[in-house]
Each structure stands twice: as structure tokens, then as C-alpha cells.
Design a protein around this ligand. Structure first.
Ligand code: ADP
Ligand code: TRP
Length: 331
């Protein structure tokens, strides 16, 4: 029998989760909890590179946990925790940093993109991939499900694990595979660009009522008049409909577009109904969970315990081989 695979992924708690995050990451995380030993964590240290409001970060951490639980994460199957509850991560990150050439970080595209988008060029942002590598390597992860945009960070992780094993001449770290989530390409935002919280063009998973309606109605479309035929292939509303509707419904709506007499307003109303229906149960579950925050804290506490235990078994031989002696026992 083959060994159970360790699956790991992280999500930054830097804002409200949107349907791009859902179809691009969360849905696959939840599906994969059935496929191996899954570890999912809230990358709160990573969020410090872009968020400096403590109250906000604390709240986002609880919100993301509520979101995942409501959307189907089962804490009996997957270990869910906060990055900062596993101190071995930052310990390993430092060690990896000592063998990471500066030039490897200088090639990082995501650093350049973030600077171009206006984030402050701090050392934390520059060495972000080293902390991410430690996140992955500290659990001996085999598979890392991430979006296309994370590909380079996984390559850096593999590179650093190889360097470490070579330097200390042993299999101290497992070289992980990436698992690029391919089921959807890029989910467009209301302005047609990639949906992203940095563009303020998101439709949030748990938006509701007037706010949700306003967002959906604001999706940009061209100005083809109502009676004229329309091309579903170039329409942002239809691109979003495709995420929610089965194939038959998609084909019916595409026919209505092509026939004319069907306006973008009609399509938006259908989409709004689909979003409400699709996330309806999760929304209900989230409301209930939010009334029981003790349970949410318990999930994080239990998760961090399991994650720390695993991290410690990986870290012990690493301390030994690097000669880092601890003169007292801590957890
Ligand atoms: P944001 O761009 O809103 O800051 P993140 O970079 O925090 O989102 O992304 C978290 C996860 O969600 C990543 O795995 C990323 O690949 C995925 N993701 C984010 N936006 C989209 C999108 N528009 N389409 C598909 N996947 C997305
Ligand atoms: N960089 C990832 C993102 O922005 C979040 C992340 C941090 C992560 N550490 C990780 C993802 C480890 C996978 C594995 O989406």
C-alpha cells in the first residue's frame, strides 16, 4: 500500500474571501481533504507584509476559519490552524534563509508584481517565498494545491529543500510536488480583470442582500442593445454563470444570448439567483457557526496541536544536524 500523502496549502487572511478564491483554491482544498492527510493554514505572518492593523488581522483570521468551516472543511479530516501557532515554521525559515542565494529572491515575480501594485518593498515581502517554503517543508508535505500564480514559489521551495539536503547530506526535507489547480482558469472580477481584492472588483462569497445585488448589477458589459444577439464568449456575466450552472443551463443561456431579446440585466439576475442558491447552505451554516466562536477557537487549537507535533518531528533531526542546541524544552 502506498503511503498516505500529506497535502498542504495556505491562505492569507488579508481580506474577505471572494468567488475567485473559492473556485481557484478553496473548493479544491475542501475536495482534497478526502484524498490524503490534509493540512490547511491561515498564513497570518505572510499577511503582515501587506496588513498592519492588528484588530483587522485578528478578525480576518476568525473570518477565514468560519468561511472554510461553512464551506465544508471537516476538522476531523483536515488539520486547520494558524501559521503563527507553529513556531517551528519561523525557525526553519531562518535556516533556509541562510542557504538561499539573494539572487533566487531577486528573480521572484510576485515580489515585483506586489511592489508594482504599491506594496512597500520590505524585507518580509522580499523573503516571502522562504517563509512559504518553510510552511511547506516543515510538515514533509508531498502535494501542494495552489493556483498558477504560486508556481514559482513552489519551485523555490523545491530548490531550497534540495540545497538543504545536499548541504547536510541527508533526506531531512521532502521535495514536494506542486498541484496546480486547473479546474478554472482565472475568475474575472466585475470589471473584467482578474478578480482580486487588490482591484476592488470582487464578489465576496458571503456577501448578501443589497450589497451582493449591487455588486452583481455592476458587472461591466458592452453596450449591445437588448434586442440584438450577443456573444456569450466575451461576456463577463456569462463567464461567471459558467462557474455556477450545469452544462445544460449554460447551453440554454448561451442560446438566449445568441437569439437576441435577452439583455445583460436578465443575465445578471440569473447569476444573482445562482450565487444565492449555490452558497445558500454555506451561508446558513456560517451564521450558526458565528454564534459559537468557542467551537471555532477549539478547531484552531486542536489543529495547531496536531500541526506542531508533526512540525516538531521534522525539526528535531534538523536541529541535531545543524548543531542548534536547545537548552530547555519548549513546545
Ligand atoms: P487576491 O488576488 O484576492 O489577493 P490571493 O492572492 O490571496 O487573492 O489568492 C488566494 C488563492 O485564490 C490563490 O490560490 C489564488 O490562486 C486563488 N485566486 C485568487 N484570485 C483568483 C481568481 N480571480 N481566479 C482564480 N483563482 C484565484
Ligand atoms: N502565498 C500563498 C498565497 O498568496 C499563501 C501561502 C503561504 C501558501 N504559505 C503557503 C500557499 C504554503 C501554499 C503553501 O496564496
Amino acid at each position: 500500500m502506498s503511503k498516505t500523502k500529506t497535502i498542504l496549502s495556505g491562505i492569507q487572511p488579508s481580506g474577505k474571501l471572494h468567488i475567485g478564491n473559492y473556485f481557484g483554491a478553496i473548493r479544491q482544498h475542501i475536495a482534497m481533504q478526502e484524498e490524503g492527510e490534509a493540512f490547511y493554514f491561515i498564513a497570518n505572518y505572510h499577511s503582515l507584509t501587506s496588513l498592519s492593523d492588528g484588530e483587522q488581522l485578528r478578525q480576518n483570521t476568525i473570518d477565514v476559519t468560519l468561511d472554510y468551516l461553512a464551506l465544508g472543511l471537516d476538522p476531523e479530516k483536515a488539520t486547520f490552524f494558524a501559521q503563527s501557532d507553529v513556531p517551528q515554521v519561523t525557525e526553519l525559515a531562518w535556516m533556509l534563509g541562510t542557504l538561499c542565494p539573494v539572487s533566487l529572491m531577486e528573480k521572484g515575480v510576485s515580489y515585483k508584481d506586489k511592489i508594482a501594485a504599491g506594496l512597500s518593498p520590505n524585507i518580509g515581502l522580499f523573503t516571502y517565498p522562504i517563509l512559504q517554503a518553510a510552511d511547506i517543508l516543515i510538515y514533509h508535505s508531498d502535494v501542494v494545491p495552489v493556483g498558477e500564480d504560486q508556481k514559482q514559489n513552489i519551485e523555490i521551495t523545491r530548490d531550497l529543500a534540495g540545497k538543504f539536503n545536499h548541504m547536510y547530506d541527508g533526506e531531512y526535507l521532502v521535495i514536494p510536488e506542486e498541484h496546480i489547480v486547473k479546474s478554472v482558469a482565472v475568475v474575472p472580477g466585475v470589471d473584467g480583470r482578474k478578480m482580486s481584492k487588490s482591484y476592488d472588483n470582487t464578489i465576496n462569497i458571503f456577501a448578501e442582500g443589497k450589497a451582493l445585488k449591487k455588486r452583481v448589477m455592476s458587472i461591466q458589459t458592452d453596450s449591445t442593445p437588448l434586442d440584438e444577439p450577443k456573444d456569450p464568449g466575451t461576456c463577463n456575466v456569462f463567464a461567471l454563470i459558467k462557474l455556477f450552472a450545469d452544462e445544460e443551463t449554460q447551453a440554454e443561456i448561451a442560446d438566449k444570448y445568441r437569439a437576441g431579446g435577452y439583455g445583460y440585466g436578465h443575465a445578471k439576475k440569473e447569476l444573482l439567483g445562482m450565487i444565492k442558491e449555490y452558497f445558500g447552505e454555506a451561508r446558513e451554516r456560517r451564521r450558526e457557526l458565528a454564534l459559537d466562536l468557542d467551537y471555532v477557537h477549539d478547531v484552531l487549537r486542536e489543529g495547531s496541536k496536531k500541526a506542531r507535533e508533526r512540525a516538531e518531528t521534522v525539526m528535531e533531526p534538523i536541529r541535531e544536524v545543524t548543531g542548534i542546541v536547545r537548552h530547555f524544552k519548549h513546545v
